[in-house]
Design a protein around this ligand. Sequence first.
Ligand SMILES: Cc1cc2nc3c(=O)[nH]c(=O)nc-3n(C[C@H](O)[C@H](O)[C@H](O)COP(=O)(O)OP(=O)(O)OC[C@H]3O[C@@H](n4cnc5c(N)ncnc54)[C@H](O)[C@@H]3O)c2cc1C
Length: 442
Amino acid sequence: MKPSVLILGGGLSGIAAATILAREGYSVQLVERHRYLGGRASGFRDGEDWIDNCQHVVLGCCSAFLDLFEKLKIKRLIAFHSSIPFLANGKTTVLAPSKLPSPFHFLPRFLTAPLFSPQEKWSILSLFARLSFARNNPEVLDKINMMDWLKKMKQPFSVIERFWKIILISSLNETLENMSAKYGVMVLEKAFLQSPDSAAVGLPSVPLISLYEEAEKTLLGDLGVKKIKGTVKQIVLSEDKPAVILDDETKLTADDLISALPFYNLFPVLPLNLQEDRLFSNFKKLETTPILGIHFWFDQKITEERFGAFPGSPVHWFFANSFDQRFYYVQLVISAAYEFLKANNSDIIEMGIQELHKYLPDSKKAKLVKSLLVRETRATFSIKPDTDPLRPSQKTKIPHFFLAGDWTDTGWPATMEGAVQSGYRCAEFILEQKGFQKKILK
Ligand SMILES: Cc1cc2nc3c(=O)[nH]c(=O)nc-3n(C[C@H](O)[C@H](O)[C@H](O)COP(=O)(O)OP(=O)(O)OC[C@H]3O[C@@H](n4cnc5c(N)ncnc54)[C@H](O)[C@@H]3O)c2cc1C
C-alpha cells in the first residue's frame, strides 16, 4: 500500500507539497474549491480575456519557486529580465548587473543613473554597505519598522520616496511604517547583494491561468496527483486517521493531512478544541494587506519597456504583456494600497490613466479599449514588526497534521517563494516520519 496524503488548497504551497510527495511515491489527493490551481498567484476569466489576479513577479533569488517550476516543467514559461527600468521625467534609469563580482555588480550602472544626485547615490550605497552588518541582529530589527530604520541610517526623504519605497513596498506588500525592518533588510540583501542574477525579474510569458494549466499536466498526468474540486467544511482530527468533510458532505481521509489554506480560511474549519488552543488561535492575530491591480487594454503599443517602476507615484510598477494578440494589455500595480480602499473604481482607474500619461507619455496617443480594477483586499498577511511569533511551524503538535502557506513560519515575507518553501517543509516533515532525512532545499 502506498502511503497517502490529503492536501487542502491548490495554491503554490499545496502544489509544492503535492509535487514532492507524489515524486516520493505518495498517493496524493489535492482539494481545491476553484476550477484552476494557483490560488492567489493565478487569474480568472472575464469574457474572452484571461486576466491575471495581479501581475506576479519572481526574483532570481527565489530558489524554491524556481526548483518547483523546473519539476513541473513550466520554468521555460518564465522570462527573466536582468535590467530594471525606473522611469521619471522622460529619462530611464536602468539598474543592471555588470561583470564586477558580487556585491559590486550593480555599481557601474548605478553610478551613472540620472534619477539620483551624487549625494543621493552616496546615501544609497552607504546603506547597502551596512546591510550585512545589520542582518546580524534580526531580533532587534524585527522590533522596529523599516521607515524608522531608514531614518536611523540617515536616508534622505527624496531617496526614501523615489527608491526604497518602490523596491520595498512592492516586494513586501506593506508600507515602510508597517514593515518589519528585519524583512526589509533581508529582501534588499538577498535581491541586490547575493549574486548578479538574484535581482533578475521573472515574468510569465503566458497568462497566469495558462501557467497553472500547464503545471496541472505534470502534476495530475506524470505525477498522478488526484485533484478534487470541493470546499473544505470541516477538518476532523479525532479519529484514527485525519479527515476532512467537504461542503457536499463527502468525507476524505489519508495517513497525513496538510492544510495549505490561508489562515483566514483555515481557522473556521479547524476542530473547535484547536480554535481555542493558543498555538492555533495565535495566527488569527495576523493582519492582511491589500493590493490593487489596474488593467488596461489599448489599441496600440505605449512603450518598448516590458515593465518598469514609477518612482514617486502612487502606482509602483507597470507591466506590459504581449500575450493578448488583439490588444496591448498593461497592468499597474499598487501594493499596500490602504489609501485607495475607500475610493471608487472609476476614480482609481482615472488616477491610473493620469499616472500612465505622466510616466509613459506615448500612452496619450493610444485609444483605451477597456479597463478593469482588481481589488485584492486580503492579498497577503502584513509583515509588521514582531509578527514572527504569530507564524506557526509547518509541523503542528497534532500527529499527521501539517500546515503550509505563505503565512506559516518560513523566514520569508508573504511571497510565492515563501509559499513553496512551506510546502516543501511539510513534505520534509512527512518523509521524516518514515525515517527519510530528506532535505529538499539545500
Ligand atoms: C494581488 C497579489 C499580488 C501578488 N504579487 C506577488 C508577487 O509579485 N510576487 C510574489 O512572490 N508573491 C505575490 N503575491 C503573493 C502570492 O500570491 C502568495 O504569497 C502565494 O500565492 C500564496 O500561496 P499559498 O499556497 O500560501 O496560498 P493561496 O494561493 O491563497 O492558496 C490557497 C488555496 O486554498 C484554496 N481554498 C481556500 N479555502 C478553501 C476551502 N475551504 N476549501 C478548498 N480550498 C480552499 C484557495 O482557493 C486557494 O487556491 C501576490 C498576492 C496577491 C493577492
